[in-house]
Design a binder for this molecule. Sequence first.
Ligand SMILES: Cc1ncc(C[n+]2csc(CCOP(=O)(O)OP(=O)(O)O)c2C)c(N)n1
Ligand SMILES: [Mg+2]
Length: 605
Amino acid sequence: MKLSDFVVDFLVQRGVTHFFGISGGAAVHLFDSVARHPLASYVCTQHEQAAAMAADGFARTSGRIGAAITTSGPGATNLLTGVCCSFYDSVPTFMLTGQVATFRLKGERQVRQIGFQETDVPSIFRSVTKYVARLEHAERIRFHMEKAYHLALDGRPGPVLLDLPDDLQRAEVHPEDMEGFVPAPVGDPDLESDIRQLTDLLRRAERPVLVLGGGCKTPAAPRAAVLDLVNSLGIPVLLTWAGLDLIPSDHALRVGTFGVYGPRAGNFTIQNADLIIAVGTRLSQNVTGGLLEAFAREASIVMVDVDAAEMSKFDGRGIDVTLRIQSRVSEFLNALRGHVATPATKTTSAWLDRTRRWREAFPLTGVHGPAVPGTSCVDAYSFVEALSRHLPDDETVVVDTGGNLTWTSNALRPKPKQTVFSAWNHTPMGYALPASIGAAFAAPGRGVTCVTGDGGLMLCLGELATVLHHRLPIRIMLFNNHGHGIQRQTIETWLEGRYEGVHPESGLAFPDFGEVARAMGFRVITIDNAATAEGRLAEAYSHPGPVFCNVEIYPDQKLYPVLKYGSPLEDQFPFLDSSVLNREMIVGRFRPDPHVDPRAGGAGV
Ligand SMILES: Cc1ncc(C[n+]2csc(CCOP(=O)(O)OP(=O)(O)O)c2C)c(N)n1
Ligand SMILES: [Mg+2]
């Protein structure tokens, strides 16, 4: 068979239904093989970056590998930002890049190029993939496909890339006669002693907290098993943004999110805990804050992570990880079943009550000035609450970055079958729309809500055409605050409000988004008023999509509460009165080490 047919069929047999990409001289055979495969289609994006992001969104939504195809040179290099999203969030994707024919490769010659659009793709992608290789001999294709696929999903998942010279794509191959890849056997981890230590810690704890992160969403750990753990432990649960949809918002044990952008209830909970069991989260700086010594300073910390390096990275840096359990979340959940010892009920129920009181006492409130005369706006937090009421029960919500990500992550109230994701760790502007496209193809019949900022949308505006071309069930919620809201706030903190490059008055160009969307063929709905927002959302969700909602957000709406430099997590801005802080804190005040640089305390998205 033709080599490109083998490559495509290999991936189709493993769950790929759609290949995202743009064709080009070095990719025509791959595109042709997809077109002629009875169970696969290609989806033309307007940019290869969007193709990589769509493949990433496909993988996150389906639990299967996502795939993209590009030509050599610029086609391949354009993938980079999307591949980084998959790498830093551990998402399995398979990138296929066309390359110039082997007889046109420069090899060891000291020139920059010989073949047209020749580029050293593997070396560009090596640091952000789990496996990257250029095919040198047609008969090695089976080995590389099997190895790349295995590594994409093995351990901590991630992207892989194969660079395929044009002449080899059209070579005739006999896969059954080729050498394959045989992974080294791995035994099941023995977690018995870890589980014993964990249950001992739990038995002694008075203020235990379970922290769940994006690692719990790997396909191998079904939601139901995570929920079982939560229910059998019976202790308060905090979620990182990447894990915010793991537990439905009305679950009695769910305190919510926490970290640099709050909410305060979550931060009081983590800071006052005496035991933290962190599962599937690397405890990034966005949740610990910069002052590591001040983070959960009276707690024993247990981390469960498949990647040992994530658990040792704190050594000597202010956080002591008491117990490190190296395991995939699914294996950990299996090992723990039946061994969970709920801590002494009297103390934990008082602790649980306390976390509930914090939620009631410190709700999220929008902070902004009045609307510009002649315009009308909605408050971002109130809008996200209204949106939560209208989202269909099995909606996929994909969020971009900036203020829109902060408000949505903190205030969205996920229901049991809804999924929510963003490119949490790479966080490029312009991710949500292409990832929504991938999500829509991954789960036919399920609607997708794309939350994006006006700044982020400008980086992927062309993908509106892709949405319309395929008439995808996507509702776009454009949080239109006429500028880069998060950057405005950063400048207020660090540069006394000397705004540069953050709004039209400082050089940003925006079109009238409603007009653009209408001209392209979208049904456009404007939401600029609290009184009519519910009705307009009902209208948006009565329609299968595509729908474009231009949501006018207060241009100066703050991302509050926020951690300022040098402060421990419980002491967010706007600062609470010190008597309130003293009343709420169970653990003692943080006394900074004079040798620690207080500027390490801030963080940004
Ligand atoms: C590709 C890329 N460039 C720059 C940034 C830095 N950055 C993060 S958010 C942001 C502004 C986003 O503006 P917008 O999409 O309108 O979101 P808002 O904060 O207004 O909701 C910028 C410039 C980034 N994350 N990604
Ligand atoms: Mg904006």
